[in-house]
Write a protein that binds this ligand. Structure first.
Ligand code: ARG
Length: 587
């Protein structure tokens, strides 16, 4: 038997194989779950419901299956121990021999990555984030799509996806009419080199919409500017290009600071001449119909959407968010080869994506196109202490740049307090990492579908499930190696003896759980599973380090303890990087 990377999955497949050979129904699910650690690593719960349905004794049936597993040769009993327990559970215990060999085999980032790549196995995934709207400064609302999107992208890539990040910016729509009108009446000169250009555009837009509300004359003028833009009027197209250039300069700076790597940026405007096909195909297949002058899709099988249709062409003939998204979807399939598409947005867009996915399914089925897997990864709101969406004192959304600057300033104070002798330049560097990491981690550690309350004290705390705690945990292992004068990347396995103490074994079990954590995180695309795991792993490491001295006389025991230190460090660092956080060697 080889040393499996992902024991839970391998046990599941092996049990299914044995069950099938022993007359169990093909649909039998062994239900492999984590077990009470006193009895084993995993247990199969699936015999109980089966016995109940067949009205036989569950314990006897479990024994029969366990015997068949034992004699099947699928498992080496030196590596996995099998026993029957309770009412009819089968327990699987990874022996300390298995755990030792696992740690020897999956010795660092490269080995972990190679083994993890089997999850996605080269599947082409397009991930859509952070996808902001242009002509606006980035504010606190842009934090979550960046942070969550980047973490998911990195995890998918690590797990073998052939991934493309497509930044679907909102660079087209009625707001440009309003903005261009305001620019013109104010005689504003848009200078791309002006540092405050984006802020000034935002003010102009506000002014323009206020005017349009007050006076139909302005509303009509704004609409005219939009029509001119849509018809290719050179002046308006020139302004629109400049607005987008100013936006993307500012966005790119922020992406860089946040460590985002975007592969392509095809915004809504890119699809404006690709919507005709959508109207045509959805009409000819009978999926879309005219209603009050608009082209709409009634999803009649759905309680709400049968009354609230998906509007794909507005009554004035213009395309909208729905039509460009349908055109985007087919483009990603046909031109980018997408087998899976992941959209990362705010929870308020749930209806839009549900309608998009339902419409796409009908359309693809009708045309015989192959529908990729479609996933909407949505998130809740960041709340202020008052329980409402976080705002500045004057009621404006908090600027992202200001938020990051404050995080770094606060982190610097914390670092200086912990370590008063640290040179300023080093403190600055550490503070930039700790500050952004803290913001990121506080976001990722929450279940993304919940709202959460923003708190500086909590996110910068050195204890609890925070970035400073995890960064410190990884840095501490570096310092253990530094003090011992040992290279953490040495090959400890050739000298190490098999794991022995309880603390060693619990830590090893936590490490071996990594693939299950990846699997769960991938299944739901919820990064907080990974955060919780890293936090638990740090705890298991502390318990081990408190219980067992590393620098002992016995060379074989020393080597295996160094091996545990080194593997924990790798897994913590791999995990942090996947979350978009750069680990530190010193803190
Ligand atoms: N620009 C949109 C917004 O800021 C998000 C776009 C998400 N992607 C998409 N294909 N609809 O809300």
């Amino acid at each position: 038997m080889e040393i499996w990377f992902h024991p839970a999955k391998e046990i599941d497949s092996a049990v299914r194989r044995v069950a099938a050979k022993n007359g169990f129904d093909e649909s039998f699910d062994p239900q492999i779950r984590p077990a009470d650690p006193r009895f084993g690593d995993f247990q199969a719960n699936g015999v109980l419901p089966l016995a109940k349905a067949a009205k036989t004794n569950p314990r006897a049936l479990a024994q029969k299956l366990a015997d068949a597993i034992t004699s099947s040769g699928e498992f080496d009993t030196k590596l996995v121990e099998i026993s029957v327990a309770g009412a009819g559970f089968i327990n699987f215990k990874l022996t300390r021999h298995f755990l030792t060999l696992w740690l020897e085999k999956f010795s660092g980032e490269n080995e972990l990555k190679k083994a993890s790549s089997r999850f996605y196995n080269g599947k082409r995934v397009v991930i859509d984030y952070p996808s902001p709207n242009t002509a606006k400064q980035m504010h606190v609302g842009h934090l979550r799509p960046m942070v969550i999107g980047e973490a998911i992208k990195r995890l998918l890539k690590f797990c073998g996806a052939d991934i493309i990040c497509d930044n679907h910016i909102g660079d087209w729509g009625t707001n440009f009419g309003t903005l261009i009108h305001a620019i013109k009446i104010e005689g504003y000169v848009l200078d791309p080199k002006n540092e405050n250009a984006l802020e000034e555009l935002e003010q102009l837009y506000k002014k323009g919409s206020a005017l349009a509300k007050e006076d139909v004359k302005h509303a009509d003028a704004a609409r005219e500017e939009l029509v001119k833009l849509q018809n290719g009027d050179p002046e308006n197209v020139g302004l629109w290009n400049k607005i987008n250039a100013v936006s993307s300069d500012a966005f790119n700076k922020m992406y860089k600071r946040m460590g985002l790597s975007i592969d392509i940026t095809l915004g809504e405007s890119f699809y404006r001449d690709k919507v005709e096909r959508i109207y045509k195909e959805l009409t000819e297949t009978g999926i879309a119909e005219e209603s009050l002058g608009a082209l709409v899709v009634f999803l009649r099988e759905h309680e709400r959407f049968k009354k609230q249709p998906f509007i794909i062409r507005k009554s004035d003939g213009a395309s909208n968010y729905a039509s460009t998204d349908l055109a985007t979807l087919i483009y990603r399939v046909e031109q980018l080869g997408a087998q899976e598409i992941v959209y990362v947005t705010d929870g308020r867009q749930q209806d839009h994506f549900q309608q998009l996915f339902m419409t796409a399914k009908k359309w693809f089925d009708a045309k015989g196109y192959k529908l990729p897997e479609l996933r909407h990864v949505w998130f809740g709101t960041i709340l202020g202490e008052d329980g409402k969406a976080i705002k500045t004192k004057s009621g404006e959304p908090v600027r992202l740049r200001a938020l990051l600057d404050e995080a770094c300033a606060r982190a610097r104070a914390v670092v200086k307090e912990k370590n008063p002798d640290i040179p300023d330049a080093e403190a600055d560097k550490i503070a930039e990492t700790v500050g952004t990491a803290s913001l990121r981690y506080a976001d990722l550690a929450q279940n993304r579908t919940s709202d959460y309350t923003f708190s500086w004290d909590k996110l910068l705390a050195f204890d609890g499930n925070t970035a400073p705690y995890l960064l410190y945990a990884a840095a501490r292992i570096h310092s253990i190696f530094r003090k011992a004068g040992v290279d953490p990347n040495s090959d400890f396995s050739s000298q190490a003896s098999p794991l022995e103490t309880d603390a060693e074994i619990s830590l090893a079990r936590k490490l071996v759980a990594l693939p299950s954590v990846f699997e769960n995180t991938l299944n739901e695309l919820r990064p907080h599973f990974l955060c919780a795991y890293l936090y638990e792993l740090s705890g298991a490491f502390s318990s081990f380090y408190n219980a067992d001295k590393v620098l002992v006389e016995d060379a074989a025991a020393r080597a295996r303890r160094f091996m545990l230190c080194s593997r924990t460090m790798s897994v913590l660092e791999v995990g942090l990087r996947l979350l978009g956080i750069n680990p530190l060697e010193k803190m």
